[in-house]
Design a protein around this ligand. Structure first.
Ligand code: AMP
Ligand code: MG
Length: 420
């Protein structure tokens, strides 16, 4: 019998699959970068992508100040080996600078963040000092110029780039903008992604399941995935398995979003109409990737909208989203390319695998007492198995050409927390 191309295990079948890296590169190349900038108040910038570099408009710190609670001194007064006693002339606290100048032989009480007075060039920590009844302060010798001082501009100089464009704004970048006094930032408009589920078996949450029905778990998952990567979701509901309904929904979606994302209907079943309807309305550029799960992923274009057709199986949908769709949507949102965090871990149990497709198994990652990482499959690896997906905390990435992995093998893992 000739090899059957639809049999997953046939060599003929696998030859027609697109390698994952090739698919990722082609999808990225086919996705446009954004052109519309929005100015947003800082308190609405979390998770958005910076469009215009944040440039320092002042020095940080803006003035010389103390890194510690203690006494401001002229280092030349305490540079020798012997301890000294300096006359205390006043105090500089954060927000309440000392107006005068520090003359030779004097010192000033100073608190963390307080301006260093003119004349001073070092701070002695209070634990090393003692205030005497005669109003002098005993201080150790050996104090160097610059000790415990934060100089103006040592963090950022006026004109320095503080955050580069393309960076997704997280609490640290919000703080950087605020430290520079910025009340608003220019960010890229978020890509709008119109999405729907396909399948006559799907029942909305809150309904009673009729025989043969399942709940539509993909739509809430897709919304969560889209929100997680910072795009604007447009939920178009569930669409029945008919050509006309799918065509209408694809048209509507293409008119309302920068991208269209569907789940289901891209495989080889009788009711899988999505690919043909995409090809009829626009073009289908990619289909069938050498990955497991996720083989039926489809990519194309309808009018100006990019099309992502995720497989219906929930695990396949999640894996293809992270591995292929997220990088493409991040590019459409103006974000710099960032690879997922990958770590090396030791398998505690063997994993059986056939060469041909890169596999993303659901795993559980554990640190060992000696600082190693160990990983094991999280449970059943069928692409419909939700329990192992929600129990997992990482993908175990097994290269396409590899076969069985005995226990003890080092494998690459992608922690879910590092997937962006
Ligand atoms: P399909 O790709 O449409 O052939 O679907 C493959 C498998 O995924 C079938 O078992 C479907 O019932 C299931 N499936 C499809 N869409 C969804 C969904 N929205 N939620 C949960 N399961 C789904
Ligand atoms: Mg279906």
């Amino acid at each position: 019998m000739p090899p059957d191309p639809n049999d997953c295990d046939s060599p003929l079948h696998d030859q027609r699959l697109i390698p994952l890296e090739t698919a990722r590169e082609r999808m990225l190349a086919a996705c446009p970068t954004p052109t519309t900038v929005e100015r947003l108040p800082l308190d609405r910038c979390l998770g958005r992508v910076l469009a215009t570099a944040l440039v320092a408009t002042l020095d940080l710190p803006p003035f010389a100040n103390s890194a510690m609670d203690g006494y401001a001194v002229r280092s030349e007064d305490c540079a020798g080996d012997a301890a000294v006693a300096l006359r205390l002339i006043g105090r500089s606290a954060a927000g309440a600078p000392f107006a005068g100048r520090l003359e030779p032989g004097t010192c000033l009480r100073i608190l963390t963040g307080a301006a260093l007075p003119d004349g001073a060039d070092a701070v002695v920590i209070q634990e090393a000092a003692s205030l005497r009844p005669d109003g002098r302060v005993s201080l150790p010798g050996g104090i160097r110029a610059g000790a415990n001082v934060r100089w103006p501009g040592e963090d950022l100089r006026r004109g320095d780039p503080a955050v580069e464009p393309g960076r997704r704004l997280m609490p640290a970048q919000i703080a950087a903008a605020a430290a520079l006094g910025r009340e608003s930032l220019e960010v890229w408009r978020r890509p709008r992604v119109a999405f729907f589920s396909t399948g006559d078996e799907l029942s909305p949450l809150g309904s009673r399941l009729e025989p043969g029905q399942i709940f539509d778990s993909n739509r809430p998952m897709v919304r969560a995935l889209l929100e997680r990567i910072g795009v604007e979701p447009i939920d178009l509901g569930v669409v029945e398995d008919s050509r006309a309904a799918i065509r209408a929904a694809l048209s509507l979606a293409a008119g309302s979003g920068d991208a269209v994302l569907t789940t289901g209907g891209v495989s080889v079943g009788d009711a899988d109409y999505v690919r043909e309807e995409v090809a009829g309305l626009g073009e289908l550029n990619l289909w069938r990737i050498a990955m497991k799960p996720g083989k039926p992923l489809a990519f194309g274009r309808i009018e100006t909208a990019r099309f992502f057709g995720l497989p219906g199986n929930p695990v396949s949908a999640l894996v293809t989203f992270y591995q292929l769709v997220a990088p493409a949507l991040r590019r459409m949102g103006g974000a710099e390319a960032v690879a997922p965090l990958q770590l090396s871990a030791r398998l505690t149990e063997p994993i059986a695998k056939k060469p041909g497709r890169v596999e993303f198994q659901r795993g559980r990652l554990r640190p060992t007492p000696d600082g190693e990482l160990e990983v094991a499959a999280a449970g059943g690896q069928g692409s419909h198995v939700m329990s192992s997906l929600s129990a997992a905390d990482c993908f175990i990435v097994l290269p396409a050409e590899s076969g069985d992995h005995p226990a003890g093998t080092r494998v690459t893992v992608q922690p879910f927390s590092g997937l962006v």
